[in-house]
Ligand binder design. Structure first.
Ligand code: ADP
Ligand code: ZN
Length: 618
């Protein structure tokens, strides 16, 4: 690169920083933002993997504003586009979206603005973009860049494959010379390679940020009294916004009902609901200061409510990528938030069966099976959860988080090799004819209506040293480790011996079985949520003296949001309000220095905010 070129790129980056300050109200770029933006401003393609909340959108929004022409953003979900466009308009950016939900008159107006060169950023779905007439129209317009959001959707090695994303590979030929930026929050090395191949970014720069999310406090527990446990967990966190993920539509409805009965403002959300109802509930959730959304994974991608304080998986996610993405919806404002996962061996069995039944390449199946196993190794494992995830994504030199359930040492392990040997021989002798409950009863010698044939087996009653629930735990663990295997048998699973090689290693004593020590009888009574010194909300970080002003600002924001039909955080984030309540700016200049206050917001809301603050002085 010549000196002059370097010079020109530097001054472009200065322009980018200026927009970051003036339009978006942020003082500095975060993480890899500046590097990614510099690459795109230089007219080059790139792949950027930044964690959720890492500020991916600015990576394409700012270059769209600086480079001449219209910036196209391909995004898989309408909810995501709606939110981002609303936020951009609030910041004074000429942005719009074209999707199947837009009224004809608005479409016409949007096209008029595009043709007149008035629009800076256009959000569009992959299906929309791949229509020939659309390509034809867009090919006659100068484009500043094409951003492909949620780019992992292009890869079937990933966890969220969308066939319509495959077509995006053609963008390279359709719009030659237009820089393409693929962004995603989750992609392991294999998926990244696939994204680059599919989107024709083989020779372009790749930016991969750290996957650390220090604000997330992670924990996981085996399912016990499943629905009741979810209610306990949620009611132990009153007055906070949260998401509960459930594996089926019915279950979201049922859990939401149970939660409402317990006094929690809970809403169900799934793809089976009428679109209107879905939208109302989404708006209700976004606008509430504390609401709990009980949803299938149909909910979430692109839902950027920043003050979600917990994500609870009532049923486990599908992979580590999905885990990190779903949990990652908590704490996007950078304040402490919790991710709690409930899981069981039956969930793993179900996930594995679903993969087996799907029609796809064996190679892809193998990858998917490995992903499931890695997830359960994480959930049921004994090492720092955050560190395990980050290593999974290829980070090196990762330190433990110090705050997950495993780091804080609430999980102890004991050597259960001998007990495992007993369970495995019993399973072998019972010949795969019975379920887990019967296997445990056999070990304890308390099977009802037992046959003489069974009592004559050498394993009958040999397991007095453990209680029923300890044996159940151990069986669950042996299933996770593949030492036992369950045959689905139409919903009444039968348990038998698993991987022969591994089972032999256990019998020889070459493979130890370490078991988590669960307090016996832990199924009764809620465990109090651990008091972490970091577990405070944005509001709680305020001094009591600033609290009333913060509340007044929030109330003002709510009324603004209602009047404009946008989510409150699009006006100002909690973080910005906290800063205002603490700093108490007395002038426009002082207000502009607050993070999140850009020029447009100063013009629109400066007066009102300053008056509110003034009213609290003295
Ligand atoms: P994601 O990477 O998950 O798409 P977003 O682009 O939605 O993240 O950004 C997450 C939040 O971080 C937003 O509220 C955004 O305003 C804020 N943000 C982005 N970049 C910066 C920055 N440089 N400084 C401060 N806040 C930022
Ligand atoms: Zn940890």
């Amino acid at each position: 690169m010549s000196f002059a070129v370097a010079e020109a790129e530097l001054s472009l980056l200065d322009a980018a920083r200026e927009i970051l300050r003036r339009t978006f109200g942020h003082a500095e770029f975060r993480g890899l933002q500046a590097d990614v933006i510099a690459e795109v401003l230089a007219g080059r393609n790139a792949l950027a993997v930044l964690p959720t909340g890492g500020g991916k959108s600015l990576c394409y929004q700012i270059p769209s504003l600086i480079r001449p022409g219209l910036g196209l953003v391909v995004s898989p979900l309408i909810a995501l586009m709606t939110d981002q466009v609303a936020a951009l308009v609030q910041s004074g950016v000429a942005a719009a979206r074209l999707d199947s939900n837009i009224e004809p008159e608005e479409k016409i107006e949007t096209w008029r603005r595009i043709d007149a060169g008035e629009l800076d950023i256009l959000y569009i779905s992959p299906e929309g973009l791949m229509q020939p007439w659309m390509q034809d129209r867009l090919s006659r317009i100068p484009l500043s860049l094409i951003a492909i959001d949620e780019a992992h959707c292009v890869s079937q090695w990933g966890h969220d494959f969308r066939p319509e994303y495959r077509m995006l590979g053609r963008l390279a030929d359709l719009f030659p010379g237009v820089p393409r930026l693929a962004v995603t929050a989750t992609a392991d090395a294999r998926t990244r390679e696939d994204i680059r191949a599919e989107l024709r970014l083989e020779n372009d720069a790749e930016f991969v940020a750290s996957f650390a999310r220090p604000e997330l406090i992670l924990s996981a527990e085996r399912k016990r009294g499943a629905d009741k446990r979810v209610v306990e967990l949620v009611t132990a966190r009153p007055g906070r916004s949260g998401v509960v993920y459930a594996g089926s539509r019915d279950k979201t409805e049922k859990l939401a009902e149970l939660l409402r009965a317990a006094g929690v403002p809970a809403l169900a959300y799934h793809a089976g609901l009428d679109r209107r109802l879905r939208e109302t509930r989404l708006t209700e959730f976004l606008e509430a200061d504390a609401a709990v959304m009980v949803a299938t994974i149909a909910f979430g991608m692109g839902v950027d409510k920043p003050d979600v304080r917990f994500v609870i998986h009532a049923d486990p996610p599908g992979s580590i990528e999905a885990y990190w993405q779903e949990i990652g919806r908590a704490g996007r404002d950078g304040e402490p938030a919790e991710g709690i996962t409930l899981y069981g061996a039956a969930d793993m069995g179900w996930a594995l069966r679903r993969i087996a039944e799907r029609e796809m390449d064996d190679a892809v199946k193998q990858v998917q099976v490995r992903k499931v196993r890695q997830l359960y190794t994480l959930l049921d494992g004994a090492g720092c959860r955050a560190a395990t995830v980050r290593r999974y994504f290829g980070e090196e030199g990762v330190e433990v988080c110090g705050q997950c359930d495993l780091c804080t040492g609430s999980v102890e392990t004991i050597d259960a090799t001998l007990a495992a040997q007993k369970a495995l021989s019993a399973a072998a002798r019972l010949g795969g004819r019975y379920g887990r409950g019967r296997l445990v009863d056999h070990l304890l010698g308390k099977t009802k209506d037992v046959s003489e044939q069974e009592t004559s087996l050498s394993t009958w009653g040999i397991g007095q040293e453990l209680s029923t629930s300890q044996w159940r735990d151990l069986c669950e663990q042996l299933l996770f480790e593949g030492l036992l295997r369950e045959d689905p048998n139409d919903g009444r699973p039968l348990v038998g011996v698993g991987d022969a090689e591994a089972v032999r290693a256990v019998f020889r004593g070459d493979q130890r079985v370490m078991m988590r020590k669960h307090p016996d009888g832990a199924e009764d009574g809620p465990r109090a949520p651990r008091k972490s010194k970091r577990a405070r909300t944005a509001a709680a970080a305020l001094s009591p003296a600033d609290q009333p002003l913060f509340e007044a600002l929030r109330a003002w924001r709510t009324s603004q949001a209602k009047a404009q039909h946008v989510p409150p955080y699009v006006i100002f984030s909690d973080r910005t309000l906290t800063e205002i309540a603490t700093a108490r700016p007395a002038s426009r200049a002082a207000l502009e220095r607050v993070n999140g206050v850009g020029e447009a917001k100063l013009v629109h809301y400066g007066q009102a905010v300053l008056e509110l603050v003034g009213g609290f002085e003295g």
